[in-house]
Design a protein around this ligand. Structure first.
Ligand code: FAD
Ligand code: DLZ
Ligand code: SF4
Length: 507
């Protein structure tokens, strides 16, 4: 045997860099291990998805003639970690050479580097921008604005380009997006798949080993191989993409998916490639099946935001997840793990997270994320929650979204201002508020929406940092115009709310 070729749970791509250079003398190593399954308490659906997809990918490789040394979680010899499995297989096959594709978390990169074998780490070129590309773009810039990065990616890929001009004349059609929630959604949600034998076996294992984690294991409907993921993608492109743009920022209590693609878990695990997704979307526009505002908005999420976030994660380094420039230190309240809360928006967003291991962007950003930021929750705890509960979560994409975009804990690398809002924004974009215990129109006093109280408390608490930010000046002016009495009452009620929350009272 020449070498071991490591394939991780989120590297299930035929054209993975490590696999590309493998020969039939090499042994492919794949392993379900306790370390990866427990470094945060992952949602059971996330674990089941990965284990099932790993097993099916291993079968496929075997079918193509590869030798795959696959460790199941329950194997008695399982050493419990990726380096442990490499050492065991190295011994078994008499080699000390390992080829790996770079993992998506510093934690595991470090573990591979520390492994006492001859480990060669290749770039993960399933992304459009390499680390060097991103660094070259970022170098010397005062601000790392996604929009400029995105335009470079458009030029580079030729997606939605008319020569060197953007198709339709504009780079960004967000102006046409962001409509409030529609009365009716004519899309039944993502394609669902009935568990096959492999999935059924994994569901039994995950139920037994991780049944106490936060999250419903069943009904389990995710795609678990490339063919299924491609069908799910086509289903989205044909049935939801045309309205993706319009309702991108809308939220409905009883519609968990609206017109979203629900493909991030497939894309991030390697079952889909950014290029096939973007080309399918572009084709829908060219053939007149989807409008430019939808297609541009969708492609921007993938070659813009997704690539940009990854660039930030690797550029900022391993300490990124411990940043906390706002000095927030409250513990994450129990209602993030399903304890009762009177805040209907939170309760609904958490409920669907528990059921589906999924929430769409605005729920993550403007409900759970917004609340955590307003309430001053320790960003590291917030980060670990997001990393655990979403099926698409790996640090390279989760951390910049949470630590950066959502919690402003990186001091403004990802966002030029914090994503905070009062209840007003939620009321405008969703139907959560109607049946809520609180009244979103009430700013202070009996029944005041907590987002309203906490919003001003946040602004007041961080006045020194934000009052000179031109994009926030108007809000400070509004705050300052309020009479002193009212301001004092708001701050005191916000305080009372936070103290009651900290004591575990029903809030
Ligand atoms: P759609 O809305 O249909 O978008 C299409 C695709 O665009 C997604 O599948 C995704 O690949 C990509 N995309 C969209 N927005 C982003 C973004 N901000 N960053 C990176 N890619 C994006 N995304 C993850 O993949 N993993 C995470 O762990 C994750 N954590 C998040 C945490 C917070 C606080 C926030 C605000 C966002 C997070 N996102 C994360 C981004 C985004 O919410 C999800 O990618 C999206 O909700 C996935 O659902 P979808 O496939 O239906 O996406
Ligand atoms: C998330 C995850 C889980 C739950 N389990 C495994 C596993 O048992 N084996 C494996 O190879 N990968 C797993 N993963 C994905 C890894 O955690 C992921 O590769 C790293 O976090 C880097 O992105
Ligand atoms: Fe959320 Fe406030 Fe609306 Fe209730 S009233 S759903 S707490 S924004």
């Amino acid at each position: 045997v020449a070498r071991l070729v490591l394939v991780l749970g989120d590297q299930l791509s035929q054209d993975l860099s490590a696999l590309r250079e493998a020969t039939r003398d090499d042994v492919i190593v794949m392993a379900e291990v306790a370390d990866e399954a427990t470094y945060v308490p992952h949602h059971p659906k996330k674990i089941a998805f990965l284990f099932a997809a790993m097993r099916k990918f291993a079968d496929r490789l075997r079918g193509e003639g590869w030798t795959v040394a696959y460790t199941k979680l329950d194997d008695p010899d399982n050493s419990g970690s990726i380096p442990g499995e490499l050492l065991r297989r190295a011994d078994e096959f008499g080699t000390s050479r390992v080829v790996a594709t770079e993992p998506g978390e510093w934690r595991l990169i470090q573990a591979l580097q520390d492994c006492p074998l001859d480990v060669e780490i290749r770039q993960d070129d399933r992304f459009l921008a390499s680390h060097a590309d991103f660094d070259a773009w970022a170098e010397g810039r005062k601000e790392l604005r996604m929009e400029w990065f995105y335009r470079d990616m458009r030029r580079r890929t030729g997606l939605l380009m008319d020569g060197d001009q953007p198709a339709g004349g504009k780079w960004n059609y967000d102006h046409d997006n962001r409509k409030p929630a529609p009365d009716e959604v004519d899309f039944g949600g993502p394609m669902q798949f009935t568990p096959d034998d492999t999935v059924t076996e994994v569901l039994e294992l995950v139920g037994r080993r991780f049944g106490n984690n936060f999250g419903d294991l069943t009904p389990f409907w995710f795609a678990t191989d490339q063919g299924q993921a491609r069908r799910a993608l086509t289903h989205f492109i044909q049935n939801a993409l045309p309205k993706f743009g319009d309702y991108q920022d809308a939220m409905l209590a009883e519609d968990r998916f609206l017109y979203h693609a629900v493909i991030s878990m497939y894309l991030n695990a390697g079952l889909l490639h950014w290029r096939e997704i973007c080309e399918a979307a572009e084709h829908a526009w060219k053939s007149g099946d989807a409008p430019i505002n939808a297609v541009e908005g969708f492609i921007r999420q993938i070659i813009g935001w997704r690539e940009y976030m990854r660039g930030i994660y690797f550029r900022e380094g391993p300490d990124y997840t411990s940043r906390n420039v706002l000095g927030h230190g409250r513990s994450l309240p129990g209602f993030y793990w399903g304890d009762a809360t009177n805040m209907r928006c939170i309760s609904k967003a958490v409920e669907q997270t528990r059921a589906e291991a999924y929430a769409h962007h605005i729920q993550r950003l403007m409900v759970t994320g917004n609340f955590a930021l307003l309430a001053g929750i320790d960003p590291h705890e917030v980060h670990e929650w997001y990393l655990a509960v979403y099926a698409d979560a790996y640090e390279w994409v989760e951390a910049p979204n949470v630590i950066g975009m959502s919690q402003f804990a990186d001091g403004g690398i990802v966002g030029s201002k914090p994503y905070v809002s009062s209840g007003n924004y939620i009321a405008k974009m969703s139907d959560y508020c109607g049946d809520c215990h609180y009244n979103v129109k009430t700013k202070v006093g009996e029944g005041a929406c907590p987002f309203n109280l906490l919003y001003w408390a946040f602004m007041d608490r961080h006045r020194e940092r934000f009052s000179s930010n031109p994009r926030m000046a108007q809000m400070y002016a509004t705050w300052d115009r309020m009479d002193a009495d009212k301001r004092a009452r708001i701050l005191s009620e916000a305080d009372t709310f936070l103290n009651r929350m900290a004591q575990g009272a029903l809030v």
